[in-house]
Design a protein around this ligand. Structure first.
Ligand code: HEC
Length: 150
């Protein structure tokens, strides 16, 4: 019964099960997801800075949003394949977020409270614009529909 051939077979069967189980796990989160989480945190930090009229802090955080890190090249290629002909639009939304975050920073530098708030609203709209168009199909494409949040 317990001859070496059976043992090899059992080992093979076990590793097949292992791989089968592995493939049912949710896909690894993209680097973009971490970048987005950090954008969210920095937005909260700006809200807090506005409440405290701490314009210096707002000025420091705004560039972290404007010049957020980029995903690695291989992931960029995957995103490019996903977006296809809409890639220009996807990039334009990111550019808009960049510009609006810079405007927040400029207003904070001149200690212009209402200006910061106005620019911050435009910044939020720039996040929203990309999310409302791309997030759902993006999440469905990279992680499967069950994780779609919008
Ligand atoms: C060019 C498109 C684009 C722009 C602009 C954009 N996002 Fe996103 N965002 C996405 C995509 C795509 C996802 C889904 C990523 C994923 O789940 O891997 C996402 C997901 C998120 C999430 C959820 C992350 C999680 O925990 O799963 C947060 C938070 C977020 N974005 C914050 C922001 C903020 C704040 C801004 C603006 C300052 C912003 N995003 C601008 C495309 C964008």
């Amino acid at each position: 019964m317990n001859n070496p051939r059976n043992r090899v077979f059992n080992l093979l069967a076990a590793s097949c099960l292992f791989f089968a189980a592995g493939s049912t796990h949710a896909a690894e989160p993209l680097a973009l997801q971490k970048i987005m989480k950090d954008l969210g945190k920095n937005m909260q930090a700006i809200t807090d800075g506005i409440s405290r009229e701490d314009w210096e802090r707002v000025e420091k955080i705004a560039p972290l949003i404007a010049d957020h890190p980029q995903p690695p090249l291989a992931e960029k290629m995957r995103i490019l394949r996903f977006a296809g002909t809409s890639m220009g639009k996807f990039k334009a939304y990111d550019g808009d977020t960049h510009d609006q975050a810079q405007a927040v920073g400029r207003a904070a530098k001149s200690q212009d409270g209402p200006g910061v708030i106005l620019a911050f609203q435009k910044l939020q709209t720039s996040c929203y614009n990309c999310h409302s168009e791309f997030r759902k199909p993006f999440v469905a494409h990279f992680y499967g529909n069950k994780d779609a949040v919008q």
